[in-house]
Design a protein around this ligand. Structure first.
Ligand code: FSX
Ligand code: SF4
Ligand code: F3S
Length: 383
């Protein structure tokens, strides 16, 4: 049962965390409070989450790499963020990870088989990278087995399969046209849905929170129709973007380095895909270096890297579909300063570009109140 004591007043139940996780107890509990909120539990459950992290047996994790840049692992393990790295590596038992393990060759293969046998039906399989299906899968072979053979063998006795990164989630960059290697997602290879944590790279907190959810509650979090945890992918980037007020006021950067860009105005006209991309980038940020540490915060339009059919597919300069919000009612004439003036024609043009009609505002209000069970960007555009 969750303790009712304030965090600072709790006794010695977390006395070992400083040694084990390499962080002050208060910092550990603060991290647990954030995770507790992310997985949708009341703040009073923070203590229970912390206790579970300290006491839960570390699940065995088999981590496979295929067609990718290893950015998923890099984002998880970057040196500037020892807290996260420590937390993850201490709550799981990473028994096989080709780029991190000291073992090599036959020794590595034996470690994988031993971990799978010892934890049959209980280990978590994490897959990073797309799986090439061309020339019978021979574009990628590890230890004499194709990626297809390996993933099927490892998934057979896994308790859960997690596709991390856009490559594993939906094919990502390797699957872009003309896709000469036949790069495919984990779900396509296994022929069944799996939990996906897309992003190129994905945000490590979304992986951490998913694992903690599994450890604490004994089940995976609620997923949307693309297999993404709703706690992380339940909102459009556009809904939480710090530049949103500029979008609503019709203030847009139209060139990199122009006055609007330097002022931090909305990047929609530079091709920002925030209005059709579901992810929590603006709320959880990257790298723990403070505010603004996410693509739009740094002045670059979101390219929709989490979103199949958008990231690496739509041209960077193409305008995004406006899925849940109405366009601004006023736009500047070309000769006027932005933020002032409009014509019916400009309003109509932008409305047509967005594919929206009257009623979108009401829909926005509805969507802000409810988590949409979006299944694809196209379906959402029809709602
Ligand atoms: Fe790279 Fe991962 Fe992108 Fe892919 O992240 S960051 S190419 S999603 O599989 O390593
Ligand atoms: Fe932010 Fe992009 Fe939406 Fe503009 S279009 S408010 S920059 S997410
Ligand atoms: Fe990717 Fe856009 Fe987030 S490019 S990292 S989904 S802001």
């Amino acid at each position: 049962m969750a303790s009712k004591l304030p965090l600072a007043a709790q006794g010695d139940e977390f006395a070992g965390v400083e040694k084990r996780f390499g962080m002050p107890r208060r910092e550990f509990l603060a991290a647990c409070a954030g995770i507790t909120a992310s997985i949708g539990l009341a703040a009073s459950a923070t203590s229970a989450v912390a206790q579970a992290l300290v006491a839960a047996p570390r699940p065995s994790v088999i981590w496979l790499h295929f067609q990718e840049c290893t950015g998923c692992s890099e984002s998880l393990l970057r040196a500037e963020h020892p807290t996260l790295e420590k937390l993850i590596l201490d709550i799981i038992s990473l028994d096989y990870h080709e780029t991190l393990m000291a073992a090599a060759g036959h020794q590595a293969e034996e470690a994988r088989k031993a971990a799978m046998a010892a934890n049959k039906g209980k280990y978590i399989l994490v897959v990073e990278g797309a799986i090439p299906t061309g020339i019978n899968g021979n574009f990628c072979k590890i230890g004499g087995k194709t990626a297809i053979e390996l993933i099927k063998e490892c998934a057979a006795d896994a308790a859960a399969v997690i596709a991390i990164g856009s490559c594993a989630s939906w094919g990502g960059m390797p699957s872009t046209s003309p896709n000469p290697t036949g790069a495919s997602s984990v779900a396509q290879i296994l022929g069944k849905p799996v939990l996906t944590i897309p992003g190129c790279p994905p945000n490590p907190y979304n992986f951490l929170t998913t694992v903690v959810h599994y450890l604490v509650l004994g089940k995976l979090p609620d997923l949307d129709a693309k297999g993404r945890p709703k706690f992380a992918y339940g909102r459009l980037i556009h809904e939480n973007c710090e530049r949103r007020a500029h979008f609503d006021a019709g203030r847009f950067a139209t060139e990199f380095g122009d006055a609007g860009h330097r002022e931090g105005w909305c990047l929609y006209k530079l091709g920002c895909k925030g209005p059709e991309t579901w992810a929590n980038c603006p709320t959880i940020l990257f790298g723990d270096v403070g505010g603004g540490s996410w693509p739009v915060g740094c002045g670059h339009p979101c390219i929709g890297c989490t979103e199949e059919g958008v990231g690496f597919t739509k041209p960077i300069h193409a305008l995004a579909k406006l899925l849940t919000v109405s366009p601004p009612t006023q736009f500047a004439r070309p000769a006027e300063a932005q933020g002032k003036g409009s014509t019916l024609a400009t309003v109509a043009t932008v409305a047509a570009v967005g594919g929206l009609a009257i009623g979108a505002g009401a829909r926005m209000a509805k969507n802000l109140g409810n988590l949409p069970d979006h299944s694809s960007a196209d379906e959402d555009s029809k709602r």
